[in-house]
Design a protein. Structure first.
Length: 220
């Protein structure tokens, strides 16, 4: 029995997951432009018919792949932010908040440096999706918008929890500050992908910590 024959007998959900992994493998190695239904079929070791059975077209397949990337990054970021709370249980006030945000960004940066191809993929997702739906003004519903909905939610939760944990409060809306932090970090990451200057990136993150701590006060 050939590999194609074995793969073609997988349950539908496993088959879809297999095809998504194949699409992401191609995208990480060569970019979204390299992904075609035929190449996904070849990478997964299945027939074209199997791919078309699971996904109506390339857009649907890429939508599933993007959702997979966004969910994975969201889970990973939540995990590193949760770890950042360790060791600061006795530190309160603005300095405690500073320490917690610094720990969170440091842990996040380790994840980023360990997954440069995935980070690059998130920028490709944005441009790819915007070209598909250039006139869709409800950004939260586009393929590009999904990753920002997740990123904003994770960042908001982190900011709210950090303030509650350290007895501080934000002077501006956590939702707005989360959106701002995601935009700033996006810029830092993109520049790092270009020049791989980790020292400069870490200095920028220190400045980000100072900026956001300046938007908080200790509770009464």
């Amino acid at each position: 029995m050939t590999t194609r024959e074995v793969n073609s007998r997988l349950p539908a959900e496993e088959r879809r997951a297999q095809l998504v992994r194949a699409a992401l493998t191609l995208a990480e190695q060569e970019g979204f432009g390299s992904v075609t239904i035929r190449r996904v079929a070849d990478t997964a070791g299945v027939s074209l018919g199997v791919v078309h059975y699971c996904f109506e077209n390339k857009e649907e397949l890429m939508g599933a792949a993007i959702s997979n990337v966004v969910a994975s990054l969201g889970e990973a970021t939540q995990a590193v932010y949760a770890q950042s709370a360790e060791g600061v249980e006795h530190t309160q006030g603005i300095e405690g908040l500073r320490e917690m945000i610094r720990n969170g960004l440091a842990a996040m940066w380790v994840l980023i440096e360990e997954t440069p191809n995935v980070q690059l993929l998130t920028y490709e997702i944005t441009t790819y999706a915007l070209r598909l739906r250039p006139h869709d003004h409800d950004g939260s519903k586009t393929l590009a918008g999904r990753q920002y909905v997740v990123s904003d939610t994770v960042a908001t939760d982190f900011l709210v929890n950090s303030a509650a944990f350290t007895g501080t409060e934000w002077t501006e809306s956590p939702d707005y500050l989360a959106r701002l932090s995601v935009a700033m970090i996006d810029g830092v990451v993109l520049r790092w992908l270009v020049d791989r200057d980790s020292e400069s990136a870490n200095r920028q993150l220190v400045d980000l910590v100072d900026f956001f701590v300046g938007k908080a006060v200790a509770k009464g």
